[in-house]
Unconditional design. Structure first.
Length: 120
C-alpha cells in the first residue's frame, strides 16, 4: 500500500511540474508573438513614411511634367513651334518619371523592397 501511495504522490508531482512547464512555454510563446507583432508594426510604419515621401514627390513631379506637356501642346502650330515640341518631349519624360515614382511608392506600402542582384 505504501508503494502505491508513493507512486501516486510521485505521479501527481510530475503532473504538476509538467503543467507549470507547459504554462511557461505558452507564456513565452505569447511574449514572442507580441514582440514579433511590434517589430512588424515598426516596419510597416517605416514603410509608410518612406512611401509617403516618394508618393508626394511623384505627385509633384508628375503634375509639373504633365503641365509642361500641356504648355508645349498649346505652343504647337504657332510662332514657337520648335519650343513647343521640346516642351512636349521634356514634359512627357518628366511626367513619366513622376508616374514611376508614384508606382514605386506603392512598393513600400505593400512591403515589397527591391533586392539588388549580385553578379547580374
Amino acid at each position: 500500500m505504501k508503494i502505491v501511495m508513493k507512486s501516486l504522490v510521485f505521479i501527481f508531482l510530475v503532473f504538476i511540474v509538467a503543467q507549470s512547464a507547459l504554462a511557461q512555454t505558452r507564456a513565452d510563446s505569447l511574449k514572442y508573438e507580441i514582440l514579433q507583432m511590434k517589430m512588424d508594426i515598426k516596419e510597416v510604419q517605416l514603410g509608410l513614411k518612406d512611401g509617403q515621401k516618394r508618393f508626394q514627390s511623384g505627385v509633384l513631379v508628375s503634375a509639373l511634367g504633365y503641365s509642361v506637356t500641356i504648355l508645349g501642346g498649346l505652343m504647337l502650330g504657332r510662332e514657337n513651334d520648335k519650343l513647343g515640341q521640346g516642351l512636349l518631349v521634356a514634359g512627357g519624360l518628366t511626367g513619366l518619371t513622376g508616374t514611376y515614382l508614384l508606382v514605386d511608392s506603392f512598393n513600400f506600402l505593400s512591403g515589397k523592397k527591391k533586392k539588388k542582384r549580385k553578379g547580374k
